[in-house]
Design a binder for this molecule. Structure first.
Ligand SMILES: Nc1ncnc2c1ncn2[C@@H]1O[C@H](COP(=O)(O)OP(=O)(O)OP(=O)(O)O)[C@@H](O)[C@H]1O
Ligand code: SF4
Ligand SMILES: [Mg+2]
Length: 366
């Protein structure tokens, strides 16, 4: 689903025009120290995000997928500056965050909606006060902030006359998440990071909120980073998709192309694990089995090698760089795509078709 030129590029805050990414992330690293998990009980580190680079284009929705613990939320928290990276840089519309672009200005332009709708709201504040809080802190007059809150409540489908004075516990999960979206929009952000924002909702409510998000994106000229474990939802929502595995990027590219013909064996396995709507397409056993290996001591070389059907000895010693796929619609970190890498498929025109319906993946050894 490719987008036409988007209203976001008409934003007066836009600096570099449509060709410049809204956000670029270069070699981002975040390791968390953990006590007593290393050799002989010494402390180790969880390599939650381990050299991640990507861009988010103006007006697009970038989906982020991968198994639990692969670093999706840590990446989001790094982008929000809720935690500090160990290394790497974040560039927003051409300006280095914290250097060219003051953090306070960046924080207005990037907002986040979390999975837990209740924990994100202060239980002692009314819905109206929750929404006006951000604009008031940034100097907006009270009457204007209240008018804005009422307008946003209406935009997210909640009648302000019924909902403005309520408290979070007086709302359903779907209604609370609508409030969280309104609250995120109150500072006129350009980028919205949605971290499993609809995952806790019932399917019918989820569909309504997804449609709302699509409408708001068009109306406000927003750009989305959409994190979800639900690949069916990601397929519906995104323009491009980033597949993460153990703190690294496994594949990054056009959403439709990646879903139709994945270039990384991990993406293929992940897609094969998707619940199929058509019973005839359902597999008896999921092709991706076993938990991902331990991020404290990840496998050498390609981190996916203990579970990969195409693994060869070279895969345990060389870390594959992101490499353009044969079709050119994505980049994948797989030695089978890297000419002269030593992988037996590397010098063929394309990898063998990744048949996600075939044998299950081996269990992870760690
Ligand atoms: N504050 C922390 N201290 C130590 N380890 C952490 C911390 N935060 C995250 N981690 C670890 O970093 C890794 C990545 O976690 P993260 O929450 O980013 O995963 P995720 O992809 O969002 O998973 P999920 O799909 O379950 O939300 C995990 O191994 C997690 O246990
Ligand atoms: S580099 Fe090797 S182990 Fe890694 S995904 Fe490619 S074939 Fe599989
Ligand atoms: Mg998460």
């Amino acid at each position: 689903m490719m987008t036409a030129p988007h209203p976001s590029i008409l934003d007066e805050r836009d600096r570099g025009g449509p060709a410049q990414s809204l956000l670029s992330v270069n070699a981002l690293v975040k390791h968390f120290p953990v006590k007593g998990s290393g050799f002989f009980g010494r402390g180790g580190v969880v390599r939650a995000v381990d050299g991640v680079s990507f861009e988010i284009r103006k007006g697009e929705t970038l989906g982020v997928v991968g198994e639990s613990g692969c670093g999706k939320s840590t990446t989001a928290r790094l982008l929000m500056h809720l935690i500090q990276p160990d290394r790497g840089e974040i560039i927003f519309d051409g300006e280095k965050v914290g250097i060219d672009l003051p953090l306070s200005e960046y924080r207005r332009q990037v907002q986040m909606v979390f999975q837990d709708s209740y924990a994100s709201l202060n239980p002692r504040l009314t819905i109206e006060d929750s929404i006006t809080f951000g604009p008031r802190i940034h100097g907006m007059a009270e009457t204007a902030a209240r008018a804005k809150a009422h307008d946003l409540l209406a935009r997210v489908g909640l009648d302000p006359s019924r909902f403005a004075g309520r408290y979070p516990h007086e709302l359903s999960g779907g209604q609370r998440q609508r409030v969280n979206i309104a609250r995120a929009l109150a500072l006129d952000p350009r980028l919205l990071i949605l971290d499993e924002a609809v995952s806790a909702l019932d399917k019918s409510v989820e569909a309504q909120v997804l449609n709302l998000l699509q409408d708001l994106k068009a109306d406000f000229g927003l750009t989305y980073m959409f994190i979800s474990h639900d690949l069916n939802v990601v397929r519906f929502m995104v323009d491009r998709v980033m597949v993460m595995y153990l703190g690294t990027v496994a594949e990054l590219g056009d959403g439709e192309a990646v879903f139709a013909a994945p270039s990384h064996p991990y993406t293929a396995a992940l897609l094969a694990s998707m619940p199929k709507m058509d019973p005839a397409e359902r597999t008896i056993e999921a092709p991706l089995t076993g938990d991902p290996p331990n991020p404290i001591n990840p496998p050498s070389g390609c981190r996916f090698h203990p579970r990969c059907k195409l693994a060869e000895p070279v895969c345990a010693s060389i870390l594959p760089p992101l490499t353009p796929s044969a079709a050119g619609t994505s980049q994948a970190a797989c030695l089978a795509l890297v000419p002269q890498s030593g992988h037996s498929h590397a010098d063929r025109l394309a990898m063998p078709p990744l048949d996600p319906e075939s044998e299950p993946m081996p269990e992870a050894s760690a």
